[in-house]
Design a protein. Structure first.
Length: 201
């Protein structure tokens, strides 16, 4: 069973899920940063030079179909979406009930190594591990939805995707840039750009 952790912090539920994106999608532990995973309530969570004080951790069991879930995103109505790791299948999730409300997929049932999902300006975005960025709309249950590629890949391994704090663009967590070096960088994508900016934020 997959486990979804939520942490009680000052602010809105969007703040909670922003940290959840860092915890699940950005996965600093996979980048060789020790101590990136909290051990329980009241512990500190450190990533990319910032420390988050966590309290009242809550775990939710998720259905077996979400065993390979690879990213999470909240829309403006606080609906939660997740995606499969190897297929372009997106799930709307009721994490309180631990169930999938609906699922939909890219129209060509595309296969790839998907590493993150984010909501921005009434659209969903998904990235692959190479940084190829897809834009698409929420689909009806079991629908096949059209998509478009809005940015080319990066010369690194992308480990997660999130909306920027000012909600004007997207941020990808990227490890091993340049290749062969264990490092974690964040790259910002402004809407309309044909490629990810080379310079980290």
């Amino acid at each position: 069973m997959s486990i979804l952790r939520l942490y009680s912090l000052p602010g809105t539920r969007r703040v909670l899920l922003s940290l959840l994106l860092i915890n699940v999608g950005f996965s600093a532990a996979a980048c060789g940063e020790p101590g990136a995973e909290p051990s329980g309530p009241g512990t500190a969570f450190s990533i990319a030079g910032r420390t988050y004080q966590l309290q009242n951790a809550v775990q939710y069991g998720l259905p077996a179909v979400l065993r390979e879930i690879s990213g999470l995103a909240l829309d403006d109505e606080e609906r939660l979406y997740g995606h499969d790791d190897e297929l372009a299948v997106i799930y709307q999730i009721d994490f309180n009930a631990g169930r999938v409300l609906k699922r939909f997929a890219f129209e060509d049932t595309r296969k790839d190594d998907f590493e993150g999902i984010a909501w921005l300006d009434n659209s969903l975005y998904m990235t692959t591990s190479t940084g190829k960025l897809f834009e698409f709309s929420v689909g009806a249950a079991d629908a096949l939805v059209p998509y478009r590629v809005v940015a080319d890949g990066m010369d690194c391994e992308v480990e997660g995707l999130g909306r920027s704090p000012d909600r004007t663009g997207l941020i990808a967590a990227c490890k091993n840039r340049p290749k062969g070096k264990k490092a974690l960088h964040f790259h910002a994508w402004p809407p309309g750009a044909a490629a990810w900016p080379d310079k980290p934020v």
